[in-house]
Design a binder for this molecule. Structure first.
Ligand code: BJ8
Length: 429
């Protein structure tokens, strides 16, 4: 892979990007990345080089691949939630890209359309799209929303003025039997919509192949996470987060290969007792709202203080690959049942009740030998904010050190947050 970047301007222009604003965005990113990833870390695994390269050309190669795929007749589908199964998108010979936003750079474009007290992830994602500064958004043929939190539900109405969007009605009480029946119906509705968009027909055979591929992608990510159970830990939390973030928009076959290669290297590092930080460093679990690229704030603050993040109970963490299926059925209906079961097993705070999340956290604390938990919530995210109150009490009852942090994408609160994190790390045994 050459490191010399081609001239992507003609492609960005063709996609209708606001080139001036887009230039400003791309001018900021390399410095942030260098400061957080390169200048402050050493002894990183070699395999992380691929992921650095992907970020270094974040709006280039992958977008050009999507453009080429579109010229060959494929459709690109934008999503915002784990609950939209990639398996279905790929089985219809389309390509899925996750479009959640992780920077407040794009807020200028959405602030007049949204109230101020809406979470940073929604503001950012909408701003990227409406402001024409995200080529991934620009290249999509349709967006798929879902009815998880109220903020997103209403955001789809705003965004529908700018781009076609289809909304999947995710159930609210996912543990009820009727929730599964409802979700299955919604998945069938999604399939019909995607069949209409792609002009392809979903078959059991195609779905099975796609399920095997997406499952394998999750398997490789799980392998990377499993290595983080070791002490010394062979990869930093920041790097693991980056790998997980890129999984949302890169090609699944390449992900299987590159994440797999990284996992091989990390397993080898464990055998040779090679860590990213010395043995005995404080081990932190982050639990809460997803962290979309380039939201590396919490990881950077924590790891700058000499602790290491060993797992994330988030959708850009273990929720991405937890809950797995066996691919046994032969009919479309049977396969969809497995898919529905798998996705309804994801314990997102948007569902009620959501007891499974507490169990997930306790299991992670045990499996990853965690010293302390940070309950991380984006400001104005009510589902995770409310759950954090109860979880904090429950974890304390279990004798697990815990701290709740609500923040956004700005750097304004970094001073007070650093003080709180330092104080928290000091109380860990
Ligand atoms: S399955 S976590 S990806 S809904 S942070 S927008 S919840 S106000 S992102 Fe999510 Fe699916 Fe759940 Fe995962 Fe709303 Fe909260 Fe904002 Fe959020």
């Amino acid at each position: 892979m050459t490191t010399e970047k081609p001239d992507w301007y003609p492609m960005w222009k063709e996609l209708g990007l606001d080139l001036e604003k887009h230039d400003q965005l791309l001018a900021i990113l390399p410095d942030i990345f260098k400061q957080i990833y390169i200048d402050t870390q050493c002894n990183r695994p070699e395999g992380i080089g691929f992921f650095d390269f992907v970020v270094g050309d974040i709006h280039g190669i992958r977008v050009s691949e999507l453009k080429k795929a579109k010229e060959e007749g494929k459709k690109v589908i934008g999503t915002f939630c784990l609950y939209i199964p990639d398996e279905i998108i790929y089985a219809l010979d389309a390509i899925g890209v996750g479009l959640c936003g992780g920077t407040n750079f794009s807020n200028y474009a959405s602030e007049e359309l949204l109230p101020t007290n809406i979470c940073a992830l929604i503001k950012s994602a909408l701003g990227f799209g409406i402001g024409n500064i995200c080529p991934y958004y620009a290249i999509t043929d349709i967006l798929i929303g879902e009815t998880t939190c109220d903020g997103k539900k209403k955001a789809w109405e705003v965004i529908s003025e700018f781009k076609p969007i289809y909304v999947v009605e995710t159930p609210q009480c996912k543990d009820r039997p009727q929730a599964k029946a409802h979700f299955l119906e919604e998945l069938r509705g999604l399939i019909s919509k995607l069949e209409e968009i792609t002009g392809n027909k979903l078959t059991a055979e195609k779905l099975k192949i796609s399920m095997e591929k997406i499952k394998e992608k999750r398997n490789q990510l799980r392998r990377v996470y499993n290595t983080r159970k070791a002490d010394p830990v062979p990869i930093s939390g920041k790097d693991a987060l980056l790998v997980s973030q890129i999984a949302f928009y890169d090609d699944p076959d390449r992900q299987i290969q590159m994440v797999g290669k990284l996992a091989d290297e990390l397993e080898e590092r464990i055998k040779n007792h090679i860590g990213i930080i010395e043995k005995g460093a404080k081990r932190i679990l982050i639990s809460g709202t997803p962290m979309a690229i380039p939201n590396w704030k919490m990881h950077h603050l924590v790891e700058s203080k000499g602790a290491v993040i060993v797992a994330e109970e988030t959708c850009t963490g273990t929720r991405y690959f937890d809950s797995e299926y066996e691919i046994k059925g032969n009919t479309l209906d049977e396969l969809l049942e497995f898919i529905a079961d798998r996705y309804l097993g994801i314990n997102c705070a948007c569902f009620t009740p959501n007891e499974g999340r507490k169990e997930d956290i306790l299991k992670l604390v045990n499996d990853y030998n965690v010293d302390g938990v940070i309950l991380y919530t984006l400001n104005f995210c009510q589902p995770y904010d409310v759950e954090a109150v109860g979880l904090e009490k429950e974890l304390k009852k279990e004798g697990i050190p815990v701290i709740s942090i609500s923040t956004d994408y700005s750097s304004e609160d970094e001073g007070p947050l650093t003080n709180r994190i330092e104080a928290f790390l000091e109380i860990l045994k």
